[in-house]
Write a protein of this length. Structure first.
Length: 429
């Protein structure tokens, strides 16, 4: 694929993500990398790849103002001019906003990070942009004891409790009745990755859940794809079953695409965003009403970029990196999909434990519906299925009809299981 790259473009990249980093280096970018303690302790950065970075910093976490300010000072004192900042996860958005402010860049800002990280702020901005959103109320102040009856009257049951600055479905709970609400308020639970222990309660919207993934430059989308989750994320209690999504072809639902694109552009303006990558989620009720759910100014996770790549010939990550490096949208070469319906799923064991068996690459390659695969774990790894986003074996799959796609998902889950020590694939011991 032809690529247009600015000479010696200087990228400040927050967080470890090997595939994106290699893609940036392959396009001739000089990458300055900021890693946090989690990256070094859990992501196991490749020493050889680290050696190719223009500079590497370690901070305790991406919300550390003093440590990130020192990174900005290092760059300013050394005379390095950073052209772009790339923030890979939700957890590095505030830090990237601070760095942009200190370095005089407009990729992001502390205000954009607030608007695109806080679940309350993004809904206020979405309403201003013409979206519906769920009723919500926050229980974030430590000098007030929330009244459960008032919360229930405002939001209604069932309700969804989530961290105001969370990620995906991490520490997100479906609260069905007053007893569970009382218990949650007395002892809320937060994943260790979350520094902010503030909650928001939202009305539960019934219906299908979708995600919208796009790359933008100056307010215009280079590519925008809408995908339907196989089941709403709050219902995906089993990481290895129906855990994925299916790309909606534009000509299957042109009205949905028109509705979403118009309001997405308006939302971007309200957020203060015009260039980069976004991941938006929405619900569509049985009556056809569309509700904004959340937005993030980061690349989609799981195998979403790879599924988009298989579908149209340009991986979402490739498009994002291409834009970061100054490329033009005209130089991206799109292709027709190998199947009309393309999506991704996650395969995982049925329970926590040490992986004892998993499909081979040869098995996956021989499957007519499997297009790509990504192993996130191997035999001998211990996995704890704490939430739906515990990725083990990610697959891109395709089929000619929606019915065939769902049938392929069921068959692949059945024929390519992951096992843990002491547990057979039928749930026996």
């Amino acid at each position: 694929m032809p690529v247009t790259t600015e000479d010696d473009v200087q990228i400040l990249f927050c967080k470890w993500e090997e595939v994106s980093l290699r893609a940036l280096l392959n396009r001739g970018a000089r990458v300055h990398l900021v890693l946090d303690a989690f990256d070094l302790d859990h992501a196991r950065p490749d020493p050889e790849l680290l050696g190719k970075m223009a500079a590497v910093w370690r901070v305790s976490h991406d919300d550390s103002i003093d440590e990130l300010s020192a990174v900005a000072a290092d760059l300013l004192v050394s005379g390095v001019h950073i052209d772009r900042i790339a923030s890979f996860t939700e957890f590095s958005q505030f830090g990237a906003g601070l760095l942009a402010e200190l370095l005089g860049l407009d990729d992001t800002s502390p205000r954009l990070a607030l608007n695109a990280r806080d679940k309350r702020m993004m809904k206020i901005k979405a309403k201003a942009a013409g979206w519906r959103h769920a009723r919500f109320i926050d229980v974030s102040r430590h000098d007030q004891r929330p009244d459960p009856a008032t919360l229930a009257e405002t939001v209604g049951f069932p309700m969804v409790a989530k961290p105001v600055n969370g990620m995906g479905s991490l520490s997100t709970t479906l609260v069905r009745d007053a007893g569970r609400l009382e218990a949650l308020l007395k002892q809320p639970s937060f994943a260790p990755e979350l520094h902010s222990h503030q909650l928001v309660l939202e009305e539960h919207i019934s219906g299908s859940e979708y995600h919208v993934d796009a790359v933008w430059r100056r307010g215009k989308p280079w590519q925008l794809h809408i995908s339907r989750y196989l089941r709403p994320r709050i219902e995906a209690v089993d990481p290895g079953h129906d855990n994925g999504s299916l790309i909606v072809p534009r000509d299957d639902d042109p009205e949905l695409y028109a509705y979403v694109e118009e309001r997405h552009v308006a939302l971007n303006a309200e957020l203060g965003f015009d260039t980069g990558v976004t991941h938006l989620e929405l619900f569509r009720t049985g009556a056809g009403e569309i509700y904004f759910s959340e937005i993030a100014t980061r690349l989609a996770g799981a195998n979403v970029p790879e599924a988009i790549g298989a579908y149209c010939g340009v991986n979402l990550r490739e498009a994002w990196v291409h834009e970061l490096c100054g490329g033009s949208p005209e130089s991206l070469e799109y292709t027709d999909p190998p199947f009309r319906y393309v999506g991704w799923i996650n395969l995982a064991p049925a329970c926590d434990g040490v992986i004892s068996d998993m499909p081979s690459k040869e098995d996956l390659a021989a499957d007519p519906n499997i297009l790509e695969w990504t192993f996130l774990h191997k035999v001998g790894d211990r996995v704890e299925l704490a939430h739906p986003s515990v990725w083990c074996l990610l697959l891109v799959i395709g089929a000619d009809t929606i019915e065939d796609f769902h049938a392929a998902v069921a068959r692949i889950e059945r024929e390519h299981p992951l096992s843990v020590a002491g547990i057979d694939t039928n749930g026996g011991s």
